[in-house]
Design a protein around this ligand. Sequence first.
Ligand code: AMP
Ligand code: MG
Length: 531
Amino acid sequence: MNKAFDLKTLDALKIDASFINALPGDPVTENYTRQVARACYSHVTPESFPEASLIAYSKDIAQSLGLDPQECESELFTQVFSGTRLLDSMRPYACCYGGHQFGNWAGQLGDGRAINLGDVHAPDGKLWTLQLKGAGPTPYSRSADGLAVLRSSVREFLCSEAMYHLGVPTTRALSLIATGNQVVRDMFYDGHPKKEPGAVVCRVSPSFIRFGSFEIFSARKEQDILKTLADYTISRNFPHLGKPGKAVYLQWFREVCQSTATMIIHWMRVGFVHGVMNTDNMSVLGLTIDYGPYGWLENYDPDWTPNTTDAEGKRYRFGNQPMIALWNLVQFANAIYPLIEEVEPLEEILQEYKDSYEKGWLEMMRSKLGFKESFKEDEALILSLIETFALTETDMTLFFRQLAEISKDSEPVAGLHTLEEAFYMPELTDEARQGFTSWLQKYLARLGKETRSDDARKAAMNDVNPLYVLRNYLAQLAIDKSELGDHSMIEELLEVLHSPYSYQEGKEHLAQKRPDWARIRAGCSMLSCSS
Ligand code: AMP
Ligand code: MG
C-alpha cells in the first residue's frame, strides 16, 4: 500500500452506505429532537460552515483510506469534512442508541452530535465509516446543540492518533477543522457560560456500533431489530464467525469480551483514564471511543479520574476501569440475551473476561518491568510496586523509562538515584526512600533470574513503556495556542506522538513531568463532560 499511484482524490473515493442499506431507518426526515422508534438511524444533513478552515489532518489515516494526503489541503476537503458540502455518494445519517450512564439506564441517547457520512472502501479491502463530530444537531441531540468546541476537538483528534501509535485499539481521526463559528459552553456547569470557537473532527472507524446500540432495541423489546443489527454487525465486522445463530452470537459475545479486556489492559499499560465509560461509549469492536474528559496518569494513582462530573463517586477512576468494563459487558449480555435465551453460557464468557483480564494484566505488568521469564513471585512484586507508588507522587511514564536504565548488578541505592527523575517531590521522605529501596532490592534480585542482557531488556521495556504520551497539560498548551490561531503545537504533538516509544532529539520538553502550575488548572487535571 501507500504507493503514490494508489492514492485517490476525494471525488474518486469509493463510498457507500452499507449501514443504511442494511438496516431499518427512521421515515421522518425533518431534523427535530424526538424519540425514534423502530429504527437504527435517521437521515440528517450536517450544518454548513462557510468560514470553516483546516487545522490539522492525519496523513496516515488519509493514506489508509486510499486518499492522497495532498487532497487534505484542498478547499473541497475542508468543505466536506466540516459538513458544509457533501460528495455525491454521501447519504449522511445519525444512529439511534441508548446506554447506561454512570450506572443508570438513560434511555435513548444516539448520535446527538455525530453524523456519519458513509463507508469508504479502502485499498486494503477494509471498510471504514467516516463520521463528523460537531457538525450540527440531529434527532438525538436532546436539549443540546450538536456542536463541539475546539478544545475538546483538539483533544479527540490528537488522542485518537496518539493511542493508535501507542498500539492501543482506538477509533481514528482524519481531520480537525475550525468551523469559524462560536459555541456557548458553561465549562464547569457553574453558571459561567462563555463563547468558544467551534470545531468538527472527522472520526474514522471500522464501526461506531456501541453496547448501547443493542441495549436500546432490547429495552424497547424491538427484538426483530435487535437481531437485524446483530446479524449486520457480525456479517460486517465479525465475518469469520459465519452465519448468525445461537452459537455464533455466543462466540461473538466472547470476542467482544476478549477485545474489551485487551483494550483495558492497554489503557492500564499506558496510564489512560477514559473518564466516561458509559455503555454508549463502549465499542463492540473493543476500540477506545468517544474521547471526552479523558486523562493520562501523571503520578501513579489508581483513584484518579480527570472527570470533575464524576468527582464524587469516582466511578470511572483509573483502577476501576477493568471492573467497569465488566459491568458494561454484563449490560451488553443482558441486551443480547433475547438472541440466546440462556444465562449460563453468557455467565461463563463473563468469567472468561475476568480470567483473561487478570492473566493479561499480569503479563503486561511483567513486560513493563522487563521480565521475560515468569516466576510465581512476580505478582507480589508488582502489587508491592503499586503500594510503593503511593508513598510519593511518582510519574508513571518516566518511572518505567528510568527503570529500564537500571542494570542487573546495580545496588539499590544507585537504582534509586536513577529513578529520582520520576518523583514529583524534590526530596523523598524517609518512608518513601525506604519503601523504594526495599522494593528495588527485591526487583534487582528478580532481575538476577533473567537470562536476557541489560541492553536487550531495556529495548524490550522501551517497546512497551512509552516515553511520550499526551500529557494533560501538553494537550492544554496546544489548545491555548490553537485558540489564539497558532496550531503549531498540534502539529508538533501529532508528529512526536507518532513514535511514542522512541527518544526524539529536541523533543525532551514533551517528556517532562507535569509542571506545578498544571496541577490544578482546568483542562490539565480537571475536565468536565462539557465539550
Ligand atoms: P458523551 O457522554 O459525550 O458520549 O455523550 C452522551 C450523549 O450526549 C450522546 O448521545 C451524545 O451524542 C450526546 N451529546 C453530547 N454532547 C452533545 C451536544 N453538544 N449536542 C448534542 N448531543 C450531545
Ligand atoms: Mg458518547
